[in-house]
Design a binder for this molecule. Structure first.
Ligand code: GDP
Ligand code: MG
Length: 697
């Protein structure tokens, strides 16, 4: 493609559609007329608000023909984009230099004006970024009045541009820094327009420098540039230009002075093109380089995306992390299991520590060369993955140990040597000991950094739950033991004694029985008795670590059991037959024997009839006592405990406690009486027969 190049006219390097020009080689071809300039060229760009006189300055300084919005073409819309112009002419105090050894390429950015700014910040930002990436000197054009006004002097845009530049090209500068003795830098040349001179240039430069340093401090910097300063990447220079219209002569003078600094390479101090600003690329290399830069800038859509460097780091460190885990966790289970089974704490900890060390060593070795932030992120991930795997192991190990500890608790409770202490005292003391052992165990793992705080919390809470559950189980067993021991002893004391009371009853037999019952129960419960605060009320503590309420429940249950034992004993024993036989015994005792237990020898029938009548009355006197259980004051005995008051798994008696006092009912009474009468009549008959036989002989 041929481009008609008029001397010093510009080519649109990047157009309004943000496309990089294909015409660049042809443009170079024509403006250099076939000269091979190799690396002998310079690139300058300009940055600043629209209509701040950028193009005007460039045209004056370098004899270029960038579009300007001057008085003659105010209406004319300049075309948006980045324009590139070649020049060999610099306006200096010695006239216009045309030194063929110093070809200069100038980039002018044409944006939209302030009113449309919001819409095209993207272009502005990308253009500035591109300018920084490809040029040696960037002229930052600003009005004197703008200085100090953050909004006005483009510091916000500069901050964004610095930030993105660092993340996109920071690594490049670092590589350059490593491969070359000289650090690559660029010059930021602040050109202060309409400088009246009231505020000296020095103080304006100071203000700007402070602002720039602050902007740099606030940048979010990539890992490898964290401690960088603005001077690692940029040199700063400041120039003031007089008012173009009000002091036209002075303005031109100032422009020429600036031109001197761009052309006089002899004056090393002031010469603006320092070797370290150059990209050291031949021109066609620079073309390719700038095309790539634009591509990268343009395709980093919001200029906030992770850079290539970060993406590579993520991929690589992920891969290394997984390889590391695969390598050191191979056959992990089979290595760890025997140690768990053998409760071998030392070896287990040793093994885990070595696995962890190996993993982090391998990861550090291979991954630390990638972007630090990503490397550290994945290192953290690696460690959490290792800890996750360890957690299961440690949990299994601790479970085994916990079971052992609980067994020791059971043993201590069963140990006869501990008998001086109550069940609850042993339970609490040993629980405290095993909790300490557990905590020590956890500490062992914690000290080696094999377990994190959350996991410790979780394991501790699991252990506490387990311990509480086991304690409750042991308490339940203890309560059952107390109950069955009580039942056995109560049964043992009651049965024979109660039956012996009932088999030869007296009028006050029930008072005696109640007294005996209460005394027996009191005695059996005496070891659990405690006195309450007010001395009158006795309370019970069964020493299993229960609340007063629960102790009360157990107490009620024991009383209920005692009552059912009494109930069953009485009702089992006092059936129709037994009652009949008790009555009959009583009758026989008085009918047949005298007060010395000698059998009576009957003399006549009257004697027999009298004795019979007395004996029968005597026997029946006790009948009502056996039929219904009453105290001496003639009140029915009612158990002072009801089934509703206690939780029992099974109702102990076939006889209902409520009907405790009612032993023989009316129908049974009739039967007993009939049976009794028959038997005593037989006895009387026998007596009469015996009298006849004695008299006949
Ligand atoms: P650009 O958009 O930054 O490239 O600005 P232009 O170079 O197109 O100039 C914009 C307007 O500012 C034109 O009307 C110029 O005549 C005027 N101008 C250029 N330089 C100066 C200057 O140094 N001082 C003042 N006051 N006006 C200037
Ligand atoms: Mg312009």
């Amino acid at each position: 493609m041929s481009v008609d190049v008029v001397e010093n006219t510009a080519v649109q390097l990047i157009n309004e559609d943000k496309e990089f020009s294909q015409e660049l080689p042809a443009y170079f071809q024509q403006c250099l007329k076939g000269r091979d300039i190799d690396q002998n060229y310079h690139v300058i760009s300009v940055f600043g608000s629209q209509s701040s006189g950028k193009s005007t300055l460039l045209n004056l300084l370098f004899n270029t023909k960038f579009d300007t919005m001057d008085a003659h073409n105010k209406r004319q819309q300049t075309t948006k984009g980045i324009w590139l112009s070649h020049t060999t002419e610099v306006n200096t105090n010695k006239g216009t230099t045309t030194d063929p050894g110093s070809d200069i390429f100038i980039l002018d950015v044409e944006g939209s004006d302030g009113a449309e700014r919001g819409e095209d910040q993207d272009f502005e930002r990308k253009a500035a970024l591109f300018a920084i990436a490809v040029s040696e000197v960037m002229i930052i054009n600003l009005w004197e009045q703008q200085i100090g006004l953050y909004q006005g002097n483009n510091m916000g845009l500069l901050k964004t541009v610095f930030e993105v530049n660092l993340s996109l090209f920071g690594k490049n500068s670092k590589q350059l820094e490593e491969s070359q003795s000289q650090k690559h830098k660029m010059l930021l040349l602040f050109v202060i327009r309409d400088h009246v001179g009231v505020t000296p240039l020095e103080s304006l430069s100071e203000t700007l420098t402070t602002e720039l340093e602050n902007v740099w401090k606030d940048l979010s910097k990539p890992a490898n540039c964290e401690n960088s300063t603005i001077y690692d990447f940029f040199d700063l220079k400041f120039v003031g230009l007089s008012h173009k219209i009000l002091r036209a002569d002075k303005f031109l003078e100032d422009v020429k002075n600036l031109g001197d600094d761009f052309s006089n390479s002899e004056n090393f101090e002031k010469y603006l093109f320092k070797p370290q600003y150059h990209h050291m690329l031949p021109l066609d290399g620079w073309t390719m380089y700038s095309a790539n830069c634009w591509d990268q800038i343009e395709h980093n859509k919001d200029l906030d995306l992770p850079t290539q460097q970060i993406l590579v780091a993520r991929f690589k460190t992920d891969e290394i992390m997984n390889e590391t885990l695969d390598k050191y966790f191979e056959n992990y289970d089979s290595k760890v299991k025997p140690l768990i089974l053998e409760n071998d704490k030392e070896s287990l900890i040793k093994l885990l520590v070595s696995i962890k060390d190996n993993c982090t060593d391998m990861y550090d070795d291979l991954a630390s060369r990638y972007a630090k932030q990503v490397y550290l992120e994945n290192r953290y991930k690696l460690i959490s993955k290792i800890n996750e795997k360890f957690y299961n192991t440690i949990e299994l190990f601790i479970k085994g140990i916990s079971t052992e500890l609980i067994d020791s608790l059971k043993k201590s409770l069963a140990n006869k040597d501990n008998e001086k202490l109550s069940f609850n005292e042993i339970l609490l003391q040993v629980s405290e000991d095993i909790t300490k052992s557990f905590n020590d165990l956890i500490k062992n793992f914690q000290n080696e950094d094999l377990i994190n705080n959350d996991s410790i919390k979780e394991l501790t809470s699991k252990f506490n739950k387990f311990l509480t559950k086991k304690q409750n189980e042991l308490r339940d067993v203890q309560v059952k033991t107390i109950i069955s021991k009580f039942k056995k002893n109560m049964n043992f004391s009651m049965k024979d004694n109660i039956i012996s009371y009932l088999s030869s009853p007296t009028d006050d037999v029930w008072d005696k029985i109640l007294k005996f019952f209460n005394e027996t129960m009191d005695e059996l419960l005496s070891q659990y008795k405690i006195s309450a605060n007010d001395e009158t009320e006795m309370l019970y503590d069964f020493q299993v670590g229960f609340s007063a309420e629960l102790n009360e429940t157990i107490y009620k249950r024991l009383r209920y059991i005692a009552w059912t034992i009494l109930n069953t004993t009485v009702h089992d024993y006092l059936n129709e037959e037994t009652v009949t036989s008790i009555l009959r015994d009583r009758f026989e005792n008085s009918f047949r024997y005298d007060e010395h237990d000698t059998p009576i020898l009957w003399k006549d029938e009257t004697q027999i009839d009298n004795a019979f009548k007395i004996a029968k009355e005597n026997a029946l006197e006790i009948f009502d006592v056996l039929c219904i259980a009453k105290r001496g004051d003639n009140t029915e005995i009612i158990p002072d405990i009801r089934i509703e008051d206690v939780e029992v798994e099974d109702d102990q008696g076939i006889y209902h406690l409520e009907r405790f006092a009612h032993i023989i009912n009316e129908i049974q009474k009739e039967k007993v009486l009939r049976q009794f009468r028959r038997q005593i009549n037989l006895s009387a008959l026998d007596a009469k027969r015996s009298m006849i036989s004695t008299t006949t002989h």
